[in-house]
Design a protein around this ligand. Sequence first.
Ligand SMILES: C[S@@+](CC[C@H](N)C(=O)[O-])C[C@H]1O[C@@H](n2cnc3c(N)ncnc32)[C@H](O)[C@@H]1O
Length: 382
Amino acid sequence: MHKVRCRRSPSTDRGKRPGGYDSGIDTSRPVHHYLLLLETDLNRVFSRSLGSVAVAELEGVTRALLAAEHRPTDVTVTSLGRATGLSFSSSADPDALDRLLGQLSCGLALFEQTPGDSTTLTPRPLTESLVYDTDLVSVQRYRGKTNERLTRAMLNLALANAGIGLTGPWDRTPTVLDPMCGRGTTLNWALCYGLNAVGIEPDAGSLRHYDGFLRTWAKQHRLPHKHQGYRPNNAEQRHTTLDVAPTRAAQKAGDGQRVETFNADGGDRSLAIKRGSIDAIVADLPYGIQHRADQARLDPADTLELLARVAPTWRRWLRKGGSVCVAWNVKRASRVDVAVALAEAGLLERVPDHDLAHGPDHGMEHVVDSTITRDVLVAVAR
Ligand SMILES: C[S@@+](CC[C@H](N)C(=O)[O-])C[C@H]1O[C@@H](n2cnc3c(N)ncnc32)[C@H](O)[C@@H]1O
C-alpha cells in the first residue's frame, strides 16, 4: 500500500455535536479502522482528483452529521494497484457509519482493518439507499452535463450542512433547488434520494429535453405519475411538474416525490417558490466559456456579477439553516470572491475546523479541461 497524503489528526473539539442528526452513538465506543475502496470514474481527468474529492466529501459530510469525537481521523488516500482507497479510523457506531458511507458519491466497497495486521480486511456492507435506480442520472448524455459523481458529492454536502441526514425517512420530505439546472443532473439525484426537487433554467431547449426525458423515464419504468409539461402551442408555459412515486402503495401513502422546473432566470423573485421553502441549493455555475456564439447569453462571462445578482433571492428561498453548495470555474472567480458574494447575501461559508488551524486546503478543486478548473464551496443561510 502506498500512502499518498494524510490530512486530519484526531479532533480536539470533543463533545461538540452538530444539530439535526441523531447518530445514537455512545462516546465510549472503540475506535475501528477502515478502508473505503473508491469506484473509478470513467472520466479520466476527473479520476485524477478522485482521492482528494472523496476525502473532502467524507470530511465535509461527517463534520456536519457526526459528533466531533466520532468523525474519521487520519484520513489517508491509499493507492492499491489501479484502485484508490481511503483509510481512516472512527469510533462511530459501525452500522450507522455503513449507512452514511453507502451514500457517498464514490464508495465501491468497505473493509474493516484489523489493528496491527495490514493483511486482514473484513468486508462490511456498503448499502446505497436510493428510491429510484441510478439510470435516472446516468442515461442522459450531453455537452455541459455536470459530472454525476461530483453532483452527488455536492448534494451530500448540501444536505449534511443543512442538518439533513443522507437517507430517509425524514419527518418532512426536504426540497432541493438547482437554480441553474441545465438538464437536471441535481434534480435526478434528489429524486433518487427520495427528495422533492425544483429546477430553474433559462435555456428553454434544455428544459424541453429534460421534461421529455423525465416523462419517458416514468413511463418506461411503469411508475405511477402525474405529469404537467410544456404545451407546444403555448410559448408562455414555463412551468412543468412531475409527481411520481416508486410504487402504487407509496403513492397512496403520500410517499412520492415532486420535481418541478421553471424556464426562467435563476434569480427570478417572481417565481412561485415560497420564501423559506427550500432546504438545500446545489448549483454548478456557468463556466464563463462560450462554446457556441448563440450561447453567450446563457454562459455569462462574469461569474461574480451573476452570483451577486442571484444570491439574495437564493437566501430568500432558503429556510434559515438551509445550505447552498456551488461549483464554479476558478479561472473566472477566486474562492474568496465567491465566498464574499454569498456572504453579502447572508450565506456564510462553512469553514472546516482544520482550515482554521492549518490554513485553507480546498480538497474539492479539480481540473475539468484546459479552460475549466472547478472548485466547490458550501455556505449556510444565517
Ligand atoms: C454548468 S451548467 C449546469 C449543468 C447542469 N448541472 C447539468 O448537469 O445539466 C450551467 C447552467 O447555467 C445556466 N445559466 C446561465 N445563466 C443562467 C442564469 N442567469 N440563471 C440560471 N441559469 C443560468 C446555463 O444555461 C447552464 O445550463
